[in-house]
Write a protein that binds this ligand. Structure first.
Ligand code: PLP
Length: 405
C-alpha cells in the first residue's frame, strides 16, 4: 500500500499520496489533470537549483530567515526543569510561519505560468500571507473566507484589502474555514487554465500535504543546525501546535528518524473533549474524507463534519493533515489536547517571564511545555515552535480576561 520504508518515517507519501491509509487525492475528475500538473511542476522544482536558490533568497531578504533559535532563560528558570528553546517563527514577515509556504507556492504558480491566485482562509493569517506574496509578484488574488469569519476577523479582512486582494465571503454551511476551502476548490475547477490555488496548511489532496510540508521544513532544518551550535547535540523533545498541521510537520519532519527525540503535537482542546466544543481532530475524531484526503476528522455519528471550537481561530480546522494521522497511528508522534483556559494562562506567563506576546496557537504548545518541562532534568532540552505573534489576539485575550478594549 505504501512505499514508506519500515525503518524511515520520512519516506512518504507513496506515489498516490498515501501516508499509510491516510492522504490520497479524492477529487472530482475535472480536478485530476490540475493536480497531476501541479505534482509534476513541484517534483521538477524540487530538483531545480535555481528554484531553490530563489526561494532561499526570498526567505532571507523578504521574510527574514533564518528565524532565531532562542534560549528562553526566564521561562526555563520559572519552570525549573528542562532547558527550553523557542524557534522564533513569529518574527517572520507577516507574523507567522504561513509565509514559508506562500513564498514556495507563489514561485510554483509562476513556474506553471498561472496568472491568478486563489486561497482559503479562516482566521485570515493565511489569507494575509497569500495576499502579501500575490502583491509582491503582481498577481490578482481572490481569498475565500467564511461569512462568520469575515465578521469576527475584520482587521485581517482590511489587511488583505490593503494588499490588493478581493475577499469573497462564503455563506454556505456555517460560513467558516471548511466552507471557504470547498468554495476555493470549486473556483479552481472552474478556472483551470489560469488559476493557482495556494492551500494554507499541510492538508488537501496530494501533492499539497507533501509540498506544504517541504516548504515548512525550513523550520526544522534550521533548528537542527542552530541547536547543534548552541548545545552541541539534538534536543530531547519537540513541541508544536497543530491546526491543519503545517508548522508542526515543518518542525518535526527533519527529526522523525531520530527515534530518541520525543515529539508532541498539541491540539485545541477548547472547553474539553467531552462535548463538541473543541478542535482535537486526532484525539477525539474519526478517519474520513474531507478536502481531497483521508484523515482524522471531527464528525458526528452520521459522518457530518462538526464545526469545532477553539479560543484560537487558527486552530479550528475540523481536520488535520494526513501525515499527522499516519504519525499518530504509527506511534511516532504523541498528540495531546490543551484547553482554552490553559492556553490563556500560558499566553500571560510568556508575556511576563520573557517579554514575548505569543499568538494563541503556540500558547497551546507552550501550555504543554509548562506541563512537561518541570518533570524533566535540567540537562534535557525542549524545542518549541513559537509559530506566531500575539498582536492579532490581544482583543480575544482582552475579552476573555474581562478587559474593555
Ligand atoms: C494558521 C496558524 C496555525 C495553524 O496552522 P498549522 O497549519 O497547523 O500550522 C498555527 N499557528 C499560527 C500562528 C497560525 O497562524
Amino acid at each position: 500500500m505504501s512505499t514508506v520504508e519500515p525503518n524511515s518515517f520520512r519516506a512518504g507519501p507513496d506515489p498516490e499520496g498515501h501516508f499509510g491509509i491516510f492522504g490520497g487525492r479524492y477529487v472530482a475528475e475535472t480536478l485530476m489533470p490540475l493536480i497531476l500538473d501541479l505534482e509534476k511542476a513541484y517534483y521538477e522544482a524540487k530538483e531545480d537549483p535555481e528554484f531553490k536558490a530563489e526561494l532561499e533568497h526570498l526567505n532571507t531578504h523578504y521574510s527574514g530567515r533564518p528565524s532565531p533559535l532562542y534560549f528562553a532563560e526566564g521561562l526555563t528558570k520559572h519552570l525549573g526543569g528542562a532547558k527550553i528553546y523557542f524557534k522564533r517563527d513569529e518574527l517572520n514577515h507577516t507574523g507567522s510561519h504561513k509565509i514559508n509556504n506562500c513564498l514556495g507556492q507563489i514561485l510554483l504558480a509562476r513556474k506553471m505560468g498561472k496568472t491568478r491566485i486563489i486561497a482559503e482562509t479562516g482566521a485570515g493569517q493565511h489569507g494575509v500571507a497569500t495576499a502579501t506574496v500575490a502583491a509582491k509578484f503582481g498577481y490578482p488574488c481572490v481569498v475565500y473566507m467564511g461569512e462568520t469569519d469575515v465578521e469576527r476577523q475584520s482587521p485581517n479582512v482590511f489587511r488583505m484589502k490593503l494588499l490588493g486582494a478581493e475577499i469573497v465571503p462564503v455563506t454556505s454551511g456555517a460560513g467558516t474555514l471548511k466552507d471557504a476551502m470547498n468554495e476555493a476548490l470549486r473556483d479552481w475547477v472552474t478556472n483551470v487554465e489560469d488559476t493557482y490555488y495556494i492551500i494554507g496548511t499541510a492538508a488537501g489532496p496530494h501533492p499539497y500535504p507533501e509540498l506544504v510540508r517541504d516548504f515548512q521544513s525550513v523550520i526544522g532544518n534550521e533548528v537542527r543546525g542552530q541547536i547543534m551550535e548552541a548545545e552541541g547535540r539534538l534536543p530531547d523533545m519537540l513541541i508544536a501546535a497543530v491546526g491543519g498541521g503545517s508548522n508542526a510537520i515543518g518542525l518535526f519532519h527533519p527529526f522523525l528518524d531520530e527515534k530518541d527525540i520525543q515529539i508532541v503535537g498539541v491540539e485545541a482542546g477548547g472547553h474539553g473533549l467531552d462535548g463538541d466544543e473543541h478542535c482535537a481532530s486526532i484525539s477525539a475524531g474519526k478517519p474520513g474524507v474531507l478536502h481531497g484526503n483521508r484523515t482524522f476528522l471531527l464528525q458526528d455519528d452520521d459522518g457530518q463534519i462538526l464545526e469545532g471550537h477553539s479560543i484560537s481561530a487558527g486552530l479550528d480546522y475540523p481536520g488535520i493533515g494526513p501525515e499527522h494521522s499516519w504519525l499518530k497511528e504509527a506511534g511516532r508522534v504523541d498528540y495531546v489536547p490543551i484547553m482554552d483556559t490553559e492556553a490563556l494562562e500560558a499566553f500571560q506567563l510568556l508575556c511576563k517571564v520573557e517579554g514575548i506576546i505569543p499568538a494563541l496557537e503556540p500558547s497551546h504548545a507552550l501550555a504543554e511545555v509548562m506541563k512537561r518541562a518541570p518533570k524533566m532534568g535540567k540537562d534535557q532540552i525542549i524545542v518549541m515552535n513559537l509559530c506566531g505573534r500575539g498582536d492579532k489576539d490581544v482583543f480575544t485575550v482582552g475579552k476573555a480576561l474581562g478587559f474593555e478594549l
